[in-house]
Design a protein around this ligand. Structure first.
Ligand SMILES: NC(=O)c1ccc[n+]([C@@H]2O[C@H](COP(=O)([O-])OP(=O)(O)OC[C@H]3O[C@@H](n4cnc5c(N)ncnc54)[C@H](OP(=O)(O)O)[C@@H]3O)[C@@H](O)[C@H]2O)c1
Length: 276
């Protein structure tokens, strides 16, 4: 596994997504993932599983500085006092002194971005988070956030998979020294795996379609993927992507799937996305 360097943060290119994981099953899965070599776990106050993620981290017993832990502040909590309360509550639930990365989960046009970015920087300065960043920020908003932030932002976490080209966001991230962290990297495991470009590469390399899709992610510069699974056996499968490489033609054929499937996370509070 390699790390992606992003404005001073070294982020393992593959992380474990934890949305929908809960309670003992979540703690157990996190601990198992860490025992298999995962070193990056993604949670959020919204996922209501930070206690379980914390229990999994403790059960794994790794030195704190070996695991990269991300959490997020929900978009209704972006006023300065609310952000601070949210970050402190997340740390209490996780049982950590600091997270490695604290993200704004979604932008909120009702609250001045300047206030939110200032509060995010304050949380970092006060030691609640080693690095800060954003999620679901299209390029125009990202540019504003970058300009407003005293400490450089490390990450923009956005939906990313072969059906959704995030080239514009990635270019904006790279220009600012940031990483793109891709969520829904497997498109939730649907028809993407049956696409000929994916299935053929899987057959050629003796890998599963999920491994090919995850390899496609981490083979792109400055790009991280955080797949989720509820099944222990798939944890190992999803992590075994660093000992083979897709050819340029295979990468291009998979990238050409752009637009063939839908964007998954699109809500009434979503910002105006960049045009495809
Ligand atoms: N910032 C945001 O707004 C945001 C939004 C959405 C998600 N996220 C983060 O990103 C993470 C990942 O996104 P996601 O959970 O929505 O989607 P995902 O990782 O693309 O897909 C998860 C689905 O894929 C299946 N799967 C996993 N590994 C597989 C494999 N090897 N073969 C076949 N199927 C497989 C899982 O089923 P099984 O459980 O049965 O294996 C699960 O149903 C989340 O957990 C969360 O941490 C962030």
């Amino acid at each position: 596994m390699h790390d992606v360097e992003a404005n001073g943060a070294s982020i393992p290119a593959l992380g474990l997504g934890t949305w929908t994981l809960r309670d003992d099953a979540c703690a157990d899965l996190v601990a198992h993932a860490l025992s298999l070599g995962y070193r990056h776990v993604d949670t959020a106050s919204m996922y209501r599983n930070e206690e379980a993620v914390g229990a999994g981290l403790r059960a794994a017993g790794l030195p704190r500085d070996e695991v990269f832990v991300t959490t997020k502040v929900w978009w209704t909590d972006l006023a300065a006092a609310d952000l601070r309360r949210s970050a402190e509550a997340s740390l209490a639930r996780l049982g950590l002194d600091a997270v490695d990365l604290l993200l704004i989960h979604w932008p909120n046009p009702q609250i001045p971005l300047e206030e939110t970015i200032r509060a995010l920087n304050r949380a970092r300065r006060d030691g609640l988070a080693r690095h800060i960043g954003v999620s679901n920020f299209p390029t125009a908003l990202l540019k504003q956030a970058v300009a407003l932030s005293e400490a450089p932002l490390a990450v923009n976490q956005v939906e990313h998979h072969p059906y959704l080209d995030q080239g514009k966001v990635r270019a904006a991230c790279r220009a600012a020294g940031m990483a793109l962290v891709g969520y829904c990297p497997l498109h939730r495991g649907g028809g993407l795996f049956d696409e000929p470009a994916v299935a053929q590469a899987a057959q050629a390399h003796g890998r599963t379609p999920a491994q090919v899709v995850l390899r496609w992610h981490v083979q792109q510069e400055g790009t991280v993927a955080i797949p989720r699974t509820t099944r222990k056996e798939r944890l190992a499968e999803n992590a075994a992507i660093f000992d083979f490489a897709l050819s340029e033609a295979e990468m291009a054929a998979i990238s050409a799937l752009n637009g063939k499937g839908n964007r998954i996370c699109d809500y009434d509070f979503s910002p105006q996305w960049d045009a495809a």
